[in-house]
Design a protein around this ligand. Structure first.
Ligand code: NAP
Ligand code: HSE
Length: 431
């Protein structure tokens, strides 16, 4: 007779529903692979009256998540309720009770990961969070285990499905930003409050988690330089296309001379780069490692069953470890490493200016760039008269020099507005 491992789940929304479906549908194979039957015995939700279409007995559901965590007959806790609290306190209590935890909660892991790993370590149990970054894509395990003997140099990701969906449709159909955002919400890609997606904060949380693992340090979500896609416009996308680029929201983390830089922002990416072909709501993570070279992990970054797949994979891992009274691969040692400020970044920039269509405007703009030590590689005018715009592509410059240039341009009488400033990640990603 197989042993039974009893699971208590906190939350049963999009991801929890996927987890319950997979556990039921793949039950026989999961039992064979785990060496134990995994039973979903209790689930905490806010509304127990709602029919979730999962065929589970009504008595499975409770509105008291702490009772699930503390139940003596529950061996493993799956946290898929989201948010920092009460999820964080519930996970800490589970670990204190010696129960392994599987979570999909990127927000919590990106803010409190090191404290939670320390609690898991102290209790001698597993804390697994593959689903927290890029949904179905296995990336936590590759960084933690498969690449444990290598030195990661850089991680670049398309880590948010909503923004990639919006930018793809703006690029391929010339669609309008607001209209495509509404579609992304209707399709269930966007978070309840889509500012987390379009403002880059969702990708920043995921990028912080990846950077912490890749560079064996602690990067909090708040440490990530974050810029969203709200101001990306049709001209940006058209200019990028003309120059051989696509506009993507990228999460970029790299270590240079022992210091770690982590940033999330829209950028011009060469069409030839493997990440440029990642379309729609898909995610991808591109890893450069000293020995392995270039690797790319690609797939669905969200959704009930894709994310549920990653959660169930973790549940099987922790269940196997429970059966062997072992623990999974240890977490990063979280060494203290300095963070590099975005001001030190050296890259090319694209600047779009709404200008007066008059003699001398270009000269004034060029002088301002020159005064701040930023060299112009290309410049041309789009439109005429009331809709005149200047497009400038710089040579590589420091971020702080570019910023002071833009600050000096804004008050010039011939400049109506600075419409866009985007980083150009040319053939090699900037550091
Ligand atoms: P969701 O659909 O909003 O589901 C949340 C669930 O938690 C609901 O069942 C809700 O109950 C329950 N819940 C919330 N607060 C509760 C409380 N205080 N007490 C009891 N139950 C509570 O969220 P989701 O999309 O599944 O996301 C869950 C987690 O996975 C989040 O951390 C999210 O960031 C992460 N994640 C999601 C995706 C995705 O594709 N959705 C992908 C990767 C990671 P009711 O159903 O009764 O309201
Ligand atoms: N809103 C997120 C996205 C869901 O668009 O990628 C997955 O974390």
């Amino acid at each position: 007779m197989d042993r039974v491992i009893r699971i208590g789940m906190l939350g049963c929304g999009t991801v929890g529903g996927g987890v319950a479906t997979i556990l039921a549908r793949e039950s026989d194979d999961i039992t064979a692979r785990t060496g134990a039957k995994l039973e979903l015995v209790r689930i905490a939700v806010r509304d127990t009256a709602r029919d979730r279409g999962l065929g589970l007995p009504a008595g499975t559901f409770t509105t008291d998540p702490l009772s699930v965590v503390e139940a003596e007959d529950i061996d493993v806790i799956v946290e898929v309720m989201g948010g920092r609290e009460p999820a964080g306190s519930l996970i800490r209590r589970a670990l204190e009770l010696g129960k392994p935890v599987v979570t999909a909660n990127k927000e919590l892991v990106a803010h409190e990961g090191p404290e939670l790993y320390a609690a898991a370590q102290a209790a001698g149990v597993d804390l697994a969070y593959e689903a927290a970054v890029a949904g179905a894509i296995p990336i936590i395990k590759p960084l933690k285990e498969s690449l444990a003997g290598d030195r990661v140099l850089r991680v670049v990701g398309i880590l948010n499905g909503t923004t990639n969906y919006i930018l793809t449709r703006m690029t391929e159909e010339g669609a309008d930003y607001a209209e495509v955002l509404a579609d992304a919400q209707a399709l269930g890609y966007a978070e309840a409050d889509p500012t987390a997606d379009v403002g880059g904060h969702d990708a920043a949380a995921k990028c912080a988690i990846l950077a912490s693992l890749a560079f064996d340090t602690t990067v909090h979500a708040d440490d990530v330089f974050t810029q969203g896609i709200e101001t990306v416009n049709a001209t940006d996308i058209r200019v990028a296309d003309r120059l051989g680029y696509v506009v993507k929201l990228l999460g970029i983390a790299s270590e240079v001379d022992g210091r770690v830089g982590v940033r999330v922002h829209p950028a011009f990416l060469p069409k030839a780069h493997p990440l440029a072909s990642v379309r729609g709501a898909f995610n991808a993570v591109y890893v450069e490692a000293a020995a392995a070279g270039e690797l790319m992990f690609y797939g669905p970054g969200a959704g009930a069953e894709p994310t549920g797949s990653a959660v169930v994979g973790d549940v099987i891992d922790v269940a196997r470890n429970l059966l062997q009274t072992a623990r999974g691969a240890i977490e990063s040692q979280h060494r203290v490493k300095d963070l590099r400020s975005i001001d030190e970044l050296r890259t090319q920039y694209y600047v779009l200016l709404d200008v007066e269509d008059a003699p001398g405007v270009l000269a004034a703009v060029a002088t301002t760039f020159g005064d701040h030590g930023v060299s112009i590689a290309q410049v041309w005018q789009e439109g005429a008269e009331d809709s005149a715009q200047l497009v400038l592509i710089t040579h590589r410059a420091r971020e702080d020099a570019l910023r002071t240039t833009v600050e000096a341009l804004a008050p010039l009488p011939s400049i109506r507005s600075v419409a866009s400033v985007l980083r150009v990640e040319a053939e090699v990603f900037a550091s």
